[in-house]
Ligand binder design. Structure first.
Ligand code: AMP
Ligand code: TRP
Length: 353
Protein backbone atom coordinates (compact mmCIF):
# COMPACT_ATOMS: atom_id res chain seq x y z
CA UNK A 1 0.00 0.00 0.00
CA UNK A 2 1.54 3.23 -1.10
CA UNK A 3 1.43 6.21 1.19
CA UNK A 4 3.38 8.47 -1.13
CA UNK A 5 2.04 11.97 -1.50
CA UNK A 6 0.22 12.09 -4.85
CA UNK A 7 2.29 13.70 -7.58
CA UNK A 8 1.31 13.76 -11.25
CA UNK A 9 3.93 13.56 -14.00
CA UNK A 10 3.35 13.52 -17.73
CA UNK A 11 5.34 14.16 -20.86
CA UNK A 12 4.69 15.21 -24.42
CA UNK A 13 7.05 15.09 -27.37
CA UNK A 14 7.97 18.30 -29.15
CA UNK A 15 7.38 16.79 -32.56
CA UNK A 16 5.50 19.58 -34.29
CA UNK A 17 2.39 21.62 -33.95
CA UNK A 18 -0.23 20.17 -31.66
CA UNK A 19 -3.56 19.05 -33.04
CA UNK A 20 -7.08 18.59 -31.67
CA UNK A 21 -6.38 14.96 -30.63
CA UNK A 22 -3.53 16.11 -28.38
CA UNK A 23 -5.79 18.77 -26.90
CA UNK A 24 -8.82 16.55 -26.21
CA UNK A 25 -6.83 13.39 -25.45
CA UNK A 26 -4.07 14.85 -23.29
CA UNK A 27 -3.87 18.59 -22.62
CA UNK A 28 -7.47 19.04 -21.46
CA UNK A 29 -6.82 16.30 -18.93
CA UNK A 30 -3.59 17.93 -17.77
CA UNK A 31 -5.48 21.16 -17.22
CA UNK A 32 -8.16 19.40 -15.16
CA UNK A 33 -5.53 17.61 -13.05
CA UNK A 34 -3.70 20.81 -12.17
CA UNK A 35 -6.63 21.80 -9.95
CA UNK A 36 -6.46 18.57 -7.97
CA UNK A 37 -2.79 17.58 -7.76
CA UNK A 38 0.75 18.87 -7.79
CA UNK A 39 1.74 18.31 -11.41
CA UNK A 40 5.02 18.18 -13.30
CA UNK A 41 4.64 18.50 -17.08
CA UNK A 42 7.61 17.84 -19.29
CA UNK A 43 8.41 18.54 -22.95
CA UNK A 44 10.41 15.41 -23.70
CA UNK A 45 13.02 16.78 -26.11
CA UNK A 46 15.42 13.89 -25.38
CA UNK A 47 12.76 11.44 -26.49
CA UNK A 48 12.23 13.53 -29.62
CA UNK A 49 15.90 12.98 -30.51
CA UNK A 50 15.00 9.37 -31.33
CA UNK A 51 13.39 10.62 -34.54
CA UNK A 52 16.46 12.70 -35.50
CA UNK A 53 15.00 16.19 -35.87
CA UNK A 54 17.22 18.98 -37.18
CA UNK A 55 18.54 21.21 -34.36
CA UNK A 56 16.44 24.15 -35.65
CA UNK A 57 13.26 22.08 -35.76
CA UNK A 58 13.84 20.63 -32.30
CA UNK A 59 14.17 24.12 -30.81
CA UNK A 60 11.19 25.44 -32.75
CA UNK A 61 8.95 22.52 -31.81
CA UNK A 62 9.95 22.69 -28.14
CA UNK A 63 8.86 26.34 -28.09
CA UNK A 64 5.70 25.65 -30.09
CA UNK A 65 4.54 22.87 -27.79
CA UNK A 66 5.28 25.04 -24.75
CA UNK A 67 3.25 27.87 -26.32
CA UNK A 68 0.37 25.46 -27.00
CA UNK A 69 0.36 24.20 -23.42
CA UNK A 70 0.45 27.71 -21.98
CA UNK A 71 -2.22 28.96 -24.39
CA UNK A 72 -4.45 26.01 -23.49
CA UNK A 73 -4.34 26.95 -19.83
CA UNK A 74 -1.46 25.11 -18.17
CA UNK A 75 -0.39 27.33 -15.29
CA UNK A 76 3.43 27.40 -15.10
CA UNK A 77 3.39 28.84 -11.60
CA UNK A 78 1.12 26.25 -10.07
CA UNK A 79 2.73 23.36 -11.98
CA UNK A 80 6.27 22.70 -13.07
CA UNK A 81 6.55 23.02 -16.86
CA UNK A 82 9.97 22.37 -18.35
CA UNK A 83 12.01 20.62 -21.03
CA UNK A 84 13.61 17.31 -20.19
CA UNK A 85 17.16 17.91 -21.49
CA UNK A 86 17.68 20.71 -18.96
CA UNK A 87 17.46 18.23 -16.08
CA UNK A 88 20.28 15.73 -16.71
CA UNK A 89 19.18 13.58 -13.76
CA UNK A 90 16.63 12.02 -16.17
CA UNK A 91 19.48 10.62 -18.28
CA UNK A 92 21.47 9.61 -15.23
CA UNK A 93 18.60 7.58 -13.79
CA UNK A 94 17.79 6.13 -17.22
CA UNK A 95 21.29 4.64 -17.31
CA UNK A 96 20.79 3.04 -13.90
CA UNK A 97 17.49 1.63 -15.14
CA UNK A 98 19.19 0.32 -18.29
CA UNK A 99 21.25 -1.83 -15.97
CA UNK A 100 18.14 -3.13 -14.20
CA UNK A 101 15.90 -3.79 -17.19
CA UNK A 102 16.32 -7.09 -19.03
CA UNK A 103 16.55 -7.06 -22.82
CA UNK A 104 13.71 -9.57 -22.82
CA UNK A 105 11.41 -7.00 -21.20
CA UNK A 106 12.35 -4.39 -23.79
CA UNK A 107 11.85 -6.71 -26.72
CA UNK A 108 8.18 -6.99 -25.78
CA UNK A 109 7.54 -3.26 -26.29
CA UNK A 110 4.88 -2.99 -28.96
CA UNK A 111 5.57 0.65 -29.81
CA UNK A 112 9.18 -0.14 -30.70
CA UNK A 113 8.12 -3.04 -32.89
CA UNK A 114 5.47 -0.90 -34.60
CA UNK A 115 7.89 1.95 -35.19
CA UNK A 116 10.75 -0.07 -36.65
CA UNK A 117 8.83 -2.78 -38.49
CA UNK A 118 11.26 -5.13 -40.19
CA UNK A 119 14.17 -2.73 -39.91
CA UNK A 120 15.05 -3.28 -36.26
CA UNK A 121 18.78 -3.71 -36.98
CA UNK A 122 18.86 -0.16 -38.32
CA UNK A 123 16.92 1.37 -35.41
CA UNK A 124 18.86 3.47 -32.93
CA UNK A 125 19.67 2.16 -29.48
CA UNK A 126 17.93 5.30 -28.19
CA UNK A 127 14.64 4.25 -29.75
CA UNK A 128 14.97 0.82 -28.14
CA UNK A 129 15.79 2.37 -24.76
CA UNK A 130 13.01 5.00 -25.05
CA UNK A 131 10.85 3.32 -22.35
CA UNK A 132 13.63 3.27 -19.71
CA UNK A 133 14.09 7.01 -20.17
CA UNK A 134 10.34 7.39 -19.79
CA UNK A 135 10.45 5.39 -16.54
CA UNK A 136 13.29 7.64 -15.33
CA UNK A 137 11.26 10.77 -16.22
CA UNK A 138 8.55 9.65 -13.85
CA UNK A 139 10.55 8.02 -11.09
CA UNK A 140 13.23 10.68 -10.73
CA UNK A 141 10.43 12.74 -9.14
CA UNK A 142 8.93 9.68 -7.40
CA UNK A 143 5.68 10.61 -9.13
CA UNK A 144 2.65 8.50 -8.29
CA UNK A 145 0.16 9.18 -11.10
CA UNK A 146 0.73 9.42 -14.83
CA UNK A 147 -1.98 10.54 -17.25
CA UNK A 148 -1.33 8.98 -20.66
CA UNK A 149 -3.13 7.60 -23.67
CA UNK A 150 -3.92 3.91 -24.08
CA UNK A 151 -0.85 3.51 -26.33
CA UNK A 152 1.48 4.24 -23.41
CA UNK A 153 0.01 1.64 -21.07
CA UNK A 154 2.75 -0.91 -21.73
CA UNK A 155 5.49 1.65 -21.11
CA UNK A 156 3.93 2.46 -17.75
CA UNK A 157 3.73 -1.21 -16.89
CA UNK A 158 7.47 -1.34 -17.55
CA UNK A 159 8.03 1.65 -15.25
CA UNK A 160 6.11 -0.21 -12.53
CA UNK A 161 8.25 -3.31 -13.04
CA UNK A 162 11.43 -1.25 -12.87
CA UNK A 163 10.29 0.46 -9.66
CA UNK A 164 9.45 -2.89 -8.06
CA UNK A 165 12.70 -4.49 -9.20
CA UNK A 166 14.75 -1.59 -7.80
CA UNK A 167 12.82 -1.66 -4.53
CA UNK A 168 13.44 -5.43 -4.22
CA UNK A 169 17.06 -5.49 -5.36
CA UNK A 170 18.05 -2.73 -2.97
CA UNK A 171 15.57 -3.40 -0.18
CA UNK A 172 18.28 -3.94 2.46
CA UNK A 173 20.11 -0.74 1.54
CA UNK A 174 16.88 1.23 1.37
CA UNK A 175 15.91 0.00 4.84
CA UNK A 176 19.35 0.65 6.38
CA UNK A 177 20.01 4.08 4.92
CA UNK A 178 18.88 7.15 6.71
CA UNK A 179 17.10 8.87 3.90
CA UNK A 180 16.41 11.88 6.06
CA UNK A 181 13.85 14.46 5.15
CA UNK A 182 13.19 13.09 1.66
CA UNK A 183 11.57 10.01 3.10
CA UNK A 184 9.25 11.20 5.73
CA UNK A 185 8.18 8.82 8.45
CA UNK A 186 5.01 7.74 6.66
CA UNK A 187 6.88 7.00 3.43
CA UNK A 188 9.26 4.65 5.24
CA UNK A 189 6.30 2.39 5.87
CA UNK A 190 5.94 1.76 2.11
CA UNK A 191 7.70 -1.12 0.51
CA UNK A 192 10.41 0.82 -1.21
CA UNK A 193 12.06 3.97 -2.45
CA UNK A 194 10.03 4.27 -5.61
CA UNK A 195 6.25 4.40 -5.68
CA UNK A 196 4.61 1.91 -7.99
CA UNK A 197 3.12 4.40 -10.42
CA UNK A 198 -0.56 4.40 -11.29
CA UNK A 199 -1.58 5.13 -14.86
CA UNK A 200 -4.46 7.53 -15.40
CA UNK A 201 -5.53 6.12 -18.75
CA UNK A 202 -7.75 8.14 -21.04
CA UNK A 203 -11.30 7.29 -21.64
CA UNK A 204 -11.06 5.35 -24.91
CA UNK A 205 -13.88 7.40 -26.41
CA UNK A 206 -11.34 10.23 -26.36
CA UNK A 207 -9.51 8.85 -29.37
CA UNK A 208 -9.91 11.53 -31.99
CA UNK A 209 -9.71 10.19 -35.51
CA UNK A 210 -8.56 11.67 -38.82
CA UNK A 211 -11.10 13.88 -40.60
CA UNK A 212 -10.29 12.04 -43.84
CA UNK A 213 -10.41 8.47 -42.52
CA UNK A 214 -12.38 7.61 -39.39
CA UNK A 215 -10.33 4.47 -38.77
CA UNK A 216 -7.00 6.32 -38.43
CA UNK A 217 -5.92 8.38 -35.42
CA UNK A 218 -5.73 12.14 -35.94
CA UNK A 219 -2.03 12.85 -35.94
CA UNK A 220 0.39 15.70 -36.50
CA UNK A 221 2.43 13.39 -38.72
CA UNK A 222 -0.39 12.67 -41.21
CA UNK A 223 0.61 13.91 -44.68
CA UNK A 224 -2.72 15.61 -45.26
CA UNK A 225 -3.32 18.81 -43.31
CA UNK A 226 -7.03 18.34 -44.04
CA UNK A 227 -6.97 15.26 -41.80
CA UNK A 228 -6.51 17.30 -38.62
CA UNK A 229 -7.40 20.50 -36.82
CA UNK A 230 -4.19 22.15 -35.64
CA UNK A 231 -4.42 24.17 -32.45
CA UNK A 232 -3.26 27.26 -34.35
CA UNK A 233 -5.66 26.90 -37.29
CA UNK A 234 -7.64 30.04 -38.14
CA UNK A 235 -11.45 30.08 -38.09
CA UNK A 236 -11.38 29.84 -41.90
CA UNK A 237 -9.08 26.81 -41.81
CA UNK A 238 -11.40 25.10 -39.33
CA UNK A 239 -14.51 25.86 -41.40
CA UNK A 240 -12.84 24.50 -44.54
CA UNK A 241 -11.59 21.33 -42.85
CA UNK A 242 -14.95 20.53 -41.28
CA UNK A 243 -16.78 21.24 -44.55
CA UNK A 244 -14.45 18.80 -46.30
CA UNK A 245 -14.46 16.24 -43.46
CA UNK A 246 -15.48 12.82 -44.70
CA UNK A 247 -18.95 11.58 -43.75
CA UNK A 248 -21.13 8.84 -45.21
CA UNK A 249 -24.29 9.06 -47.30
CA UNK A 250 -26.67 8.29 -44.44
CA UNK A 251 -28.76 10.74 -42.44
CA UNK A 252 -27.64 12.24 -39.15
CA UNK A 253 -27.99 9.47 -36.54
CA UNK A 254 -30.56 9.58 -33.76
CA UNK A 255 -28.99 7.04 -31.38
CA UNK A 256 -25.48 6.01 -30.30
CA UNK A 257 -26.19 2.49 -31.59
CA UNK A 258 -26.53 3.87 -35.13
CA UNK A 259 -22.92 5.07 -34.94
CA UNK A 260 -21.58 1.53 -35.10
CA UNK A 261 -19.78 1.01 -38.41
CA UNK A 262 -19.96 4.73 -39.13
CA UNK A 263 -16.47 5.79 -37.94
CA UNK A 264 -16.46 9.24 -39.56
CA UNK A 265 -19.86 10.20 -38.16
CA UNK A 266 -18.88 8.80 -34.78
CA UNK A 267 -15.70 10.87 -34.79
CA UNK A 268 -17.39 14.21 -35.55
CA UNK A 269 -19.96 13.60 -32.83
CA UNK A 270 -17.23 12.56 -30.37
CA UNK A 271 -15.40 15.82 -31.09
CA UNK A 272 -18.54 17.89 -30.54
CA UNK A 273 -19.38 16.07 -27.29
CA UNK A 274 -15.83 16.48 -25.94
CA UNK A 275 -15.74 20.20 -26.71
CA UNK A 276 -19.19 20.74 -25.20
CA UNK A 277 -18.21 18.72 -22.07
CA UNK A 278 -21.18 16.52 -22.93
CA UNK A 279 -21.60 12.98 -24.23
CA UNK A 280 -22.62 11.48 -27.56
CA UNK A 281 -26.09 10.43 -26.41
CA UNK A 282 -26.98 13.94 -25.27
CA UNK A 283 -25.57 15.50 -28.44
CA UNK A 284 -27.63 13.18 -30.62
CA UNK A 285 -30.84 14.00 -28.80
CA UNK A 286 -30.11 17.73 -28.89
CA UNK A 287 -29.71 17.79 -32.66
CA UNK A 288 -33.04 17.11 -34.20
CA UNK A 289 -31.76 17.33 -37.79
CA UNK A 290 -31.47 15.16 -40.86
CA UNK A 291 -28.53 16.47 -42.81
CA UNK A 292 -24.94 16.13 -41.66
CA UNK A 293 -24.18 19.49 -43.26
CA UNK A 294 -26.32 21.20 -40.58
CA UNK A 295 -24.32 19.46 -37.85
CA UNK A 296 -21.07 20.53 -39.49
CA UNK A 297 -22.07 24.17 -39.10
CA UNK A 298 -22.62 23.69 -35.35
CA UNK A 299 -19.38 21.71 -35.04
CA UNK A 300 -17.44 24.49 -36.78
CA UNK A 301 -18.99 27.05 -34.41
CA UNK A 302 -18.01 25.18 -31.27
CA UNK A 303 -14.50 24.45 -32.58
CA UNK A 304 -13.96 28.12 -33.36
CA UNK A 305 -15.43 29.16 -30.02
CA UNK A 306 -13.17 26.81 -28.03
CA UNK A 307 -10.01 26.96 -30.12
CA UNK A 308 -9.78 30.58 -31.23
CA UNK A 309 -8.74 31.89 -27.78
CA UNK A 310 -6.03 29.21 -27.78
CA UNK A 311 -4.83 29.92 -31.31
CA UNK A 312 -4.70 33.68 -30.83
CA UNK A 313 -2.76 33.25 -27.58
CA UNK A 314 -0.42 30.82 -29.37
CA UNK A 315 0.21 33.36 -32.11
CA UNK A 316 0.96 36.00 -29.48
CA UNK A 317 3.29 33.70 -27.53
CA UNK A 318 5.13 32.61 -30.65
CA UNK A 319 6.31 36.20 -31.03
CA UNK A 320 7.55 36.17 -27.43
CA UNK A 321 10.28 33.53 -27.37
CA UNK A 322 11.93 35.29 -24.44
CA UNK A 323 8.86 34.59 -22.29
CA UNK A 324 8.58 30.95 -23.40
CA UNK A 325 12.28 30.38 -22.76
CA UNK A 326 12.00 31.96 -19.32
CA UNK A 327 9.07 29.67 -18.42
CA UNK A 328 11.11 26.59 -19.39
CA UNK A 329 14.20 27.82 -17.59
CA UNK A 330 12.29 28.54 -14.43
CA UNK A 331 10.43 25.20 -14.61
CA UNK A 332 13.72 23.34 -15.12
CA UNK A 333 15.25 25.02 -12.12
CA UNK A 334 12.34 23.90 -9.93
CA UNK A 335 12.34 20.37 -11.43
CA UNK A 336 16.12 20.06 -10.89
CA UNK A 337 15.78 20.69 -7.17
CA UNK A 338 13.41 17.72 -6.72
CA UNK A 339 15.30 15.48 -9.16
CA UNK A 340 18.66 16.15 -7.51
CA UNK A 341 17.30 15.56 -4.02
CA UNK A 342 16.01 12.14 -5.11
CA UNK A 343 19.13 11.32 -7.16
CA UNK A 344 21.37 11.90 -4.13
CA UNK A 345 19.49 9.10 -2.35
CA UNK A 346 19.50 6.86 -5.42
CA UNK A 347 23.30 7.25 -5.83
CA UNK A 348 23.69 6.41 -2.18
CA UNK A 349 21.37 3.38 -2.43
CA UNK A 350 23.20 1.86 -5.39
CA UNK A 351 26.64 2.47 -3.90
CA UNK A 352 28.10 5.36 -5.90
CA UNK A 353 30.70 7.16 -3.78
P1 AMP B 1 1.74 12.30 -29.62
O1 AMP B 1 1.44 13.55 -30.35
O2 AMP B 1 1.35 11.08 -30.40
O3 AMP B 1 3.13 12.26 -29.05
O4 AMP B 1 0.76 12.27 -28.37
C1 AMP B 1 0.84 13.15 -27.28
C2 AMP B 1 -0.35 12.92 -26.39
O5 AMP B 1 -1.58 13.25 -27.09
C3 AMP B 1 -0.52 11.46 -25.93
O6 AMP B 1 -1.01 11.44 -24.60
C4 AMP B 1 -1.58 10.90 -26.87
O7 AMP B 1 -2.31 9.85 -26.29
C5 AMP B 1 -2.47 12.13 -27.13
N1 AMP B 1 -3.02 12.04 -28.50
C6 AMP B 1 -2.36 12.22 -29.66
N2 AMP B 1 -3.18 12.07 -30.72
C7 AMP B 1 -4.40 11.76 -30.21
C8 AMP B 1 -5.68 11.47 -30.79
N3 AMP B 1 -5.86 11.48 -32.11
N4 AMP B 1 -6.71 11.20 -29.97
C9 AMP B 1 -6.54 11.21 -28.63
N5 AMP B 1 -5.38 11.46 -28.01
C10 AMP B 1 -4.31 11.73 -28.78
N1 TRP C 1 6.09 8.42 -24.45
C1 TRP C 1 5.09 9.45 -24.23
C2 TRP C 1 4.27 9.65 -25.51
O1 TRP C 1 4.75 9.36 -26.58
C3 TRP C 1 5.74 10.74 -23.82
C4 TRP C 1 6.44 10.61 -22.50
C5 TRP C 1 7.78 10.62 -22.26
C6 TRP C 1 5.81 10.46 -21.24
N2 TRP C 1 8.05 10.49 -20.96
C7 TRP C 1 6.86 10.39 -20.29
C8 TRP C 1 4.48 10.38 -20.87
C9 TRP C 1 6.57 10.20 -18.94
C10 TRP C 1 4.20 10.19 -19.50
C11 TRP C 1 5.24 10.10 -18.56
O2 TRP C 1 3.15 10.12 -25.43
Amino acid sequence: MSTFKPLVFSGIQPSGNLQLGNYLGAIKRWIALQNEYNCIYCIVDMHALTINPSPEKLKQHTREVTAALLASGIDPQKNILFNQSRVPQHAELAWIFNCIVRIGWMKRMIQFKDKVGKHHEKASLGLFAYPTLMAADILVYRATHVPVGEDQKQHLELARNIAQRFNNDYSCRIASLDLGVAMKAEEKTTSGFFPVVEPLINDTSMRIMSLRDGTKKMSKSDESDLSRINLDDSADDIAKKIRKAKTDSEFFPKTVEELKNRPEADNLITIYAALADSNKRTVLTEFNIKQFSDFKVALTDILVEKLSPISSEMRRLKKDYAYIDSVLKNGSRRASIIAEKNMKHIRDIIGFL
